[in-house]
Design a binder for this molecule. Structure first.
Ligand SMILES: Nc1ncnc2c1ncn2[C@@H]1O[C@H](COP(=O)(O)OP(=O)(O)O)[C@@H](O)[C@H]1O
Ligand SMILES: [Mg+2]
Length: 375
């Protein structure tokens, strides 16, 4: 039999396999791609599974193809639906799709955006640990060292990057692109520039996805060396959206020494690792206090949350930032401490942190999208 005849028979056999999730056969549902048959009867095809599909469907498909007389072997590449998905729902067979409701859109495949440089997420288990302070100062310190830096405020519930940089103009749109604001050498984008009040707590999933997508793709960021993202605390929709839109180079977790339960931070770090994003390291903020008069260092908190978390994750402690009186007032004036008081204990520690982060991320490649079928 000709290979085209055999191919048609294989496709017919595959069309008899029904996906119980929506009752359509796997051919017309577009789950089978790139069927080839060589003269020896070896069959290859790509099988697209979504997270909701039973894994046993792949086995059934293989069996169905292998059972066709004349087929000598079946090689099947199973891929996750991310990016490939069921968008061609009428399928390569050209048959009209059954009148079932459309399946939910597959999660997008994160894009590599090389013009952004190293894309680093700054996250924490809970609020108030100094995540925004670290993000703002890290960005300003990297810019001071001559790098091209942007900071995206993805903490949509409490966007305080505008305040910390003293920037609060409405961004302009030029040539269909949103122009980022710029302060202390850092390009900035925040929901705080766009809406008056904090985002209502009902903002979830799709809206957050839209905002973050727009901030990443519709802002004229230009060519950068570092793209930092200040995330809301925890492991919510913003974290997930970010990892689905752009291929991150790594995550930096901010914690405090007195965090007795490192649980929240640990969960946050694990979430990144699950989606293939490595944790660059831990920053311990409000770590110690330097007496302004005698310059003696006192470890007011002895719990060592940062080093414990770092040890638990097997990642480096990137830096320890002292508690500094007046930091909040400086932030309210729109001046990161690395700019206004670079020689202060916290200023020096944050500048050192920037160098450590630059060194640690120098060789990092962006996270690969997860394409293996979920087990
Ligand atoms: N090292 C520090 N020394 C003194 N105050 C700090 C320090 N780090 C942060 N703060 C203050 O603590 C408060 C919370 O910090 P912030 O960066 O807004 O935390 P988060 O973004 O994690 O909610 C702010 O008022 C900030 O100025
Ligand atoms: Mg914050």
């Amino acid at each position: 039999m000709s290979t085209t005849g055999l191919k048609a028979q294989v496709e017919q056999a595959l069309a008899a396999v029904i996906n119980p999730r929506h009752g359509r056969d796997i051919m017309s549902a577009g789950m089978v791609r790139e069927v080839t048959v060589d003269p020896s009867g070896a069959v290859t095809f790509t099988f697209v599974l979504t997270r909701e599909d039973p894994g046993s469907l792949a086995r059934q498909a293989r069996k169905a193809a292998a059972a066709v007389p004349g087929v000598s072997g079946v090689q099947m590449k199973v891929v996750d639906s991310a990016g490939a998905g069921e968008r061609q729902a009428s399928g390569p067979s050209g048959r009209p799709a059954a009148p079932t409701p459309p399946p939910p859109p597959p999660p997008p495949t994160p894009d590599e955006m090389p013009s952004l440089g190293k894309v680093l997420a700054i996250s924490s288990g809970k609020g108030g640990v100094g995540k925004s302070t670290v993000s703002a100062n890290l960005a300003a310190a990297l810019a001071r060292d001559g790098h091209r830096v942007a900071l995206m405020d993805a903490d949509i519930y409490g966007p305080n990057i505008p305040r910390m940089f003293g920037a609060n103009a409405k961004p302009e749109v030029q040539g269909g692109k949103i122009q980022p604001l710029e302060a202390h050498g850092v390009k900035l984008m925040s929901l705080g520039f766009i809406v008056e009040r904090d985002a209502p707590a009902i903002w979830r999933g799709p809206i957050i996805m839209k905002i973050i997508t727009q901030f990443l793709k519709d802002v004229a960021w230009g060519e950068l060396d570092y793209f930092l993202v200040d995330l809301p605390p925890g492991t919510g929709d913003a974290q997930l959206s970010l990892t689905q839109i752009v291929r991150l180079h790594g995550a930096i977790i901010v914690t405090t020494p007195q965090e007795m339960a490192v649980g929240d931070s640990l969960r946050g770090a694990k979430m990144f690792e699950r989606v293939g994003v490595g944790v660059v390291g831990i920053v311990e903020n409000m770590s110690y206090f330097v007496c302004p008069d005698c310059h003696a260092r006192s470890d007011i908190f002895l719990a060592g949350g940062g080093s414990r978390l770092a040890a638990e994750l097997g990642v480096p402690l990137l830096g320890q930032i002292p508690l500094q009186a007046g930091m909040a007032e400086l932030a309210d004036r729109g001046e990161p401490i690395v700019v206004s008081q670079p020689e202060s204990p916290a200023g020096m520690a944050l500048r050192e942190l920037a160098r450590t982060v630059a060194a640690r991320t120098a060789g990092l490649a962006p996270a690969l999208p997860i394409t293996a079928a979920p087990r």
